[in-house]
Design a protein around this ligand. Structure first.
Ligand SMILES: NC(=O)c1ccc[n+]([C@@H]2O[C@H](COP(=O)([O-])OP(=O)(O)OC[C@H]3O[C@@H](n4cnc5c(N)ncnc54)[C@H](OP(=O)(O)O)[C@@H]3O)[C@@H](O)[C@H]2O)c1
Length: 260
């Protein structure tokens, strides 16, 4: 299988590195207009072929991953479509705000193409992304499985309907910033309580790691795990209730809704 990635920035570069590390037999081509990011990719892995010409990179690709800024998607896709037969190519866009219909309209006979949107988050750089994938009706089950395999290799992926994409993006792409803000808030609270900032951040991160692993290992609802920590009349329930009195749950929900 040949995978071509157009754009070697944060997203395209992370996807290329993730795929190159898979150890699977695949041809990997990456295109970018300027050399420095391509040089870095070549240095990362000899499996990555690099091009400054999008058409050359896309030629013969089974999967074409478009990782340029949203406003460049139309230009880039039209340019490739004019020169390359995309009739049996899976078209995968990671651009925010570009719909499946938009992508089809950027190609001749686009209504016949297998088109996907994949929405990773920035943790793709450390292969811990939560990536959502949606597709049009032309995508076969086998093609959907192939796209999912690519993004599963860089964290976890879930196939959802396009209508759920905005909500999923708020939850997990914006959500990574919300999680970071919790880390910052908890760190600042720790400092006020008397812990050095750099230590407080490390302690918060390990506490969050523990919370994630507890929930994954037990399959419990978060509230069940909270019940295990909250001694009647104890300090944890006092802390939780103070947070709720200051609008914690509501602030998170309102933030997610504002991000849609
Ligand atoms: N970052 C995120 O958290 C995130 C999450 C989900 C989805 N996305 C989506 O991912 C896409 C890429 O975002 P990014 O953060 O990776 O942006 P980025 O770091 O700016 O990368 C975009 C790359 O595209 C290259 N490029 C520019 N014009 C091109 C052309 N005509 N042909 C081929 N490559 C071209 C740029 O090269 P030069 O720099 O050399 O000009 C740059 O390396 C966006 O559509 C964004 O919506 C991003």
């Amino acid at each position: 299988m040949k995978i071509a990635i157009i754009g070697a920035g944060n997203m395209g570069g992370a996807i290329a590195r993730g795929l190159a590390s898979l150890g699977q037999d695949m041809e990997l081509a990456v295109a970018n207009p300027s050399q420095p990011k391509l040089v870095a990719l070549r240095e990362y892995s000899s499996k990555i072929q690099t091009f400054t010409d999008n058409v050359e990179a896309a030629n013969g690709a089974d999967m074409l991953i478009l990782a340029v800024k949203p406003w460049l998607i139309e230009k880039v896709l039209r340019e490739i479509d004019a020169e390359v037969d995309l009739s049996s190519t899976m078209i995968v866009s990671v651009a925010a705000g570009v719909s499946l219909d938009d992508l089809a309209s950027f190609m001749t006979e686009g209504e016949k193409r297998a088109i996907f949107i994949a929405m990773p988050n920035t943790a793709i750089a450390v292969r811990q992304s939560m990536t959502f994938v949606c597709h049009n009706a032309n995508a076969t089950a086998e093609q959907v499985a192939m796209v999912k395999t690519v993004f599963d290799a860089m964290g976890q992926s879930a196939v959802i309907e396009e209508r759920q994409m905005t909500a999923a993006t708020a939850l997990c792409s914006c959500g990574i910033a919300f999680a970071m803000r919790y880390v910052r808030a908890a760190t600042e609270g720790g400092v006020e309580l008397g812990i050095y900032a750099h230590q407080a951040k490390d302690y918060v991160l390990q506490t969050l790691r523990g919370a994630v692993e507890l929930l994954e290992a037990t399959g419990n609802h978060p509230e069940a795990e909270i019940d295990r920590v909250t001694t009647p009349g104890g300090i944890t329930i006092r802390g939780l209730n103070a947070m709720e009195a200051h609008g914690f749950t509501n602030a998170v929900i309102q933030g997610l809704k504002a991000s849609k």
